[in-house]
Ligand binder design. Sequence first.
Ligand code: URA
Ligand code: SF4
Length: 205
Amino acid sequence: MGAKDQLEAVAAEVVVCKDCKLHLSRKNAVPGEGPARAELMFIGEGPGFHENEQGKPFVGAAGRFLEELLEGIGMSREEVFIGNVVKCRPPGNRDPEQQEIEACAKYLERQIDAIDPKVIITLGRFSMARYFPDAKISRIHGQPAEIDGRLIVPMFHPAAALHQPSLREVVEADFAKLPALIAGEASVQEAEDAPPSNPEQLSLF
Ligand code: URA
Ligand code: SF4
């Protein structure tokens, strides 16, 4: 099965999935969207209000900011794959529970395997925890690490920057590193030399 068919198969299973209690309160599951050959894959946390209404990822305020960030590096959302750690909205936008994350992980794994992106950007701490279980996002954001043969770049969730304007520049600076990473021009070591930002600012996500 080709990558596109694999993604479609995952999406078809997700929309009828009942493997955790989040299925009880969802209106629409949100499998994720983007080209099967995307070089860049974003992994958010889970659907919010608008995503649950529309069945599409990042279509609310955080999504608009994500689109602006992509525009800032000359890219558009049509070029990237956008997915989430859990595919159904946690009621009231509460944090996803460990049990829910684990139940849903199989779908994300299959999406990553199918797309085989060059770079994965984790948005927020639940997505980061998949690769860096004990890390603090305030310390490692924007620093790529090579895991399983691809670069993983943890970033703050765009919604965090909406709640905390001081994070906006931090997120923009982290985004600015992406073109070089996609082109394979920046070494992981170089990127790790970036100074950590002020941890005091960084309470959300
Ligand atoms: N926030 C997320 O983490 N994911 C979405 O799809 C939308 C907002
Ligand atoms: Fe299934 Fe994931 Fe939705 Fe839970 S969140 S019901 S595991 S698709």
